[in-house]
Design a protein around this ligand. Structure first.
Ligand code: 6R9
Length: 645
């Protein structure tokens, strides 16, 4: 067992922080005991409203009817841009650092306003109106954020699809949310490689007849297909529309965006977020958890294709008038000093990344870090998966020079904003623990029967009551939201994560307990990978599970049964790996493929993933009861040929 060292709040951090421990305890109590008053006050303090709300919070979470600030009118782009213009028109909103170290630029709030208004007008001129869906498939360039804000300005609902997704995945998402327009780039650039985004869009759109507009940013100038009448070149098209675009006043409960995420069953779900509650919670968590102060330079390394990029590159920081850094590249290009060189170059104060990146960099030793200064850093954050205490201590000691508190932030696409995390000026840190709940968040532990576990213990992590930025629906299927999140443990929101609460009431998230694998912070449903594998004519059946991986957190382990007439070969393994890449995206390719003469099944024919998981994790002592299997001898064969020992 790794000895956990406690890290008390240092005097310097406490002095500067917005909130002390007394503040936290007082405000947390108020947020639970008088939520209407608490959130009403916060909503007035953090956001500008065109019209006040009728009620702060109404409805019943577990029936899918919770609303926040209903009747209130506001606009997200107005709150993120226009209202800052009087005081900070010339202040930088975004710093962009390109893939190559010699490429960067700054965008002021005034420029941001101009770009967003023009793009909004361009979308309107193409018949995109309030409530219409727009797909954004972009590399990490400022135009990705402009596109999101332009949609928000006119009340269009954006659906950002991560640029690593394949044409087929892109097509499925465009069709599921019935998008009318796509905003993309000719190519993306990442780690010195090109990503053919426009070609992917063209492939996807061959089966999406309702998309009548494609706006293409020219990132590299590559020769790509161009469909007259449908496609527009971003830079020249923006010149044809006016720079003035009044914001559409939205109800607090009008949709803001859809973001697809993987679950244990079925195809990815379009998680729907709305306007007022979402913006409030991302703004508040950004200010208090990252202890953001005026003028601080904030860098979240996530991609805007994931929820972390939505909430902490774009919406949270801009709602607070912050300076937010957008990075196009990767941690190890041109070399593994890049993150820290960017920190020095732009004098970053707050840095937020994923444990998988830290583990990969840690393996390269301290030298690439130590050759940089990092004196500007004041606070560090992590998100996406559990952080092991060793990586935490390395982050703290080497990267942060023992000066910077680390905020380990637990949350999900469905929660919209951070739910469990320390407040830097208030919370004593324990490496590996996300510590305590944010205001208004009531986590609890349940046992397998759904009974609440009091005090110390381990179980299923659930949430008791609604919070402002919670998921409102699964796009197109409100019923699916109820089934996925509110039926497993009636009365509560079910997170899909396991957790432990320690003697101090601190929360330790132990990872997914459902059939979701977390690979380098990317959520992947085992069912999605299995569906991709069985598309191959040589494959009879596939069972996919996660196993511990030193760098990625979890790797993907596929057990594959071939058709009787097919001979296994390494060439076939390569084909299967490529097929998954093509069907979903390269980030979901299996790390290990084991040929299986058969899969362990119950007598009713269900694959026993529990047993596959034990074999993949090399945990043979705890294999459990195999007597209920249709053919228990199958297991011995799989154990004998297992690939992870
Ligand atoms: C924000 C984001 C959500 C899943 C979540 C959990 C894991 C996220 C974590 C963490 C331990 C943390 N997760 N943050 N596990 N400690 N600080 O990542 O959203 O992509 O939807 O993933 O990620 O398993 O359920 P999303």
């Amino acid at each position: 067992m790794y000895e956990i060292t406690r890290h008390p709040v240092s005097e310097a951090v406490r002095q500067r922080a917005h909130l002390t421990d007394e503040d936290y305890l007082r405000l947390y109590r108020q947020s639970i005991e008088q939520p209407q008053q608490f959130w009403g006050e916060q909503a007035s303090a953090f956001l500008d409203w065109f019209k006040p709300w009728d009620s702060v919070c109404q409805g019943v979470m577990q029936q899918g009817t919770a609303t926040w600030f209903a009747g209130g009118k506001l606009n997200v782009a107005y709150n993120c841009i226009d209202r800052h213009l009087s005081a900070r028109a010339e202040q930088v909103a975004f710093i962009w650092e390109g893939d190559e170290p010699n490429e960067s630029k700054k965008i002021t709030y005034r420029e941001l306003h101009d770009k967003v208004c023009r793009l909004a007008n361009l979308l309107k001129s193409r018949g995109i109106n309030k409530g219409d869906r727009v797909c954004i498939y972009m590399p990490m360039i400022p135009e990705a954020a402009f596109a999101m804000l332009a949609c928000a300005r006119i009340g269009a609902v954006h659906s950002v699809v991560f640029g690593g997704f394949s044409p087929d995945s892109l097509r499925d998402r465009i069709l599921d949310s019935d998008c009318r327009a796509v905003i993309t780039a000719d190519e993306g650039v990442r780690g010195g490689k090109r990503i053919p985004l426009k070609n992917n869009v063209d492939k996807a759109l061959s089966e999406c007849p309702k998309v009548t507009t494609v706006v293409m940013v020219e990132r590299t100038g590559a020769a790509v297909g161009f469909c007259e009448g449908r496609d527009l070149r971003y830079a020249s098209a923006l010149q044809t529309v006016p720079a003035d675009c009044p914001p559409e006043w939205m109800d607090a409960e009008d949709p803001l965006f859809i973001l697809y995420t993987s679950g244990s069953t079925g195809k990815p779900k379009g998680v729907l977020h709305t306007t007022g509650g979402y913006l409030l919670q991302v703004a508040m968590t950004h200010k208090y958890i990252f202890d953001y102060h005026e003028g601080d330079i904030f860098w979240c390394t996530a991609d805007v294709g994931w929820v972390t990029g939505h909430s902490y590159i774009v919406y949270g920081p801009l709602a607070n008038g912050a300076i937010s850094l957008i990075f196009e590249g990767v941690p190890n290009y041109p070399d593994c000093s890049r993150f820290w060189q960017v920190v020095d170059k732009h004098q970053v104060n707050i840095f937020y990344t994923a444990p998988t990146a830290l583990r990969a960099l840690m393996r390269e030793g301290d030298q690439p870090v130590k050759k940089t200064s990092r004196q500007s850093l004041r606070l560090l954050g992590t998100v996406g998966e559990p952080i092991n205490p060793e990586a935490w201590e390395w982050y703290f000691n080497v990267v942060g020079q023992r000066r910077c508190p680390i905020v380990d932030t637990w949350w999900q696409t469905e929660t919209g904003a951070i739910m469990i995390a320390p407040l830097p000026g208030a919370t004593e840190l324990k490496p590996g623990s996300a510590t305590r709940p944010f205001f208004g968040v009531q986590p609890l532990l349940l046992d397998e029967q759904g009974k609440e576990i009091e005090g110390e213990g381990s179980g299923v992590l659930a949430i008791r009551a609604s919070w402002p930025s919670q998921i409102r629906s699964v796009f197109g299927s409100p019923q699916r939201m109820l089934e996925t999140y509110f039926s497993a443990y009636p009365g509560y929101y079910f997170t899909g994560d396991g957790a432990r609460r320690d003697e101090d009431g601190y929360w330790w998230i132990t990872g997914r307990i459902d059939d979701v694998i977390n690979v380098s912070g990317h959520r992947i449903g085992t069912a999605e990978v299995e569906s991709a594998l069985v598309l191959h004519e040589a494959v009879a059946e596939a069972g996919v599970v996660g196993y511990p991986h030193d760098i990625k957190g979890q790797g993907i382990y596929a057990f594959v049964t071939l058709m009787a007439t097919v001979q296994p070969s390494d060439a076939l393994k390569k084909e299967l790996t490529a097929l998954v890449g093509k069907e979903i995206g390269n980030f979901s390719k299996p790390d290990l493929i084991q040929w299986a003469s058969a899969l362990p099944k119950t007598r009713s024919g269900k694959i026993m993933r529990r047993i596959l998981r034990k074999i993949a994790c090399n945990e043979l002592e705890t294999l459990g009861d195999t007597s209920t299997l249709a053919d228990p001898s199958v297991v011995d064969g799989l154990i004998e040929k297992r690939l992870n020992r």
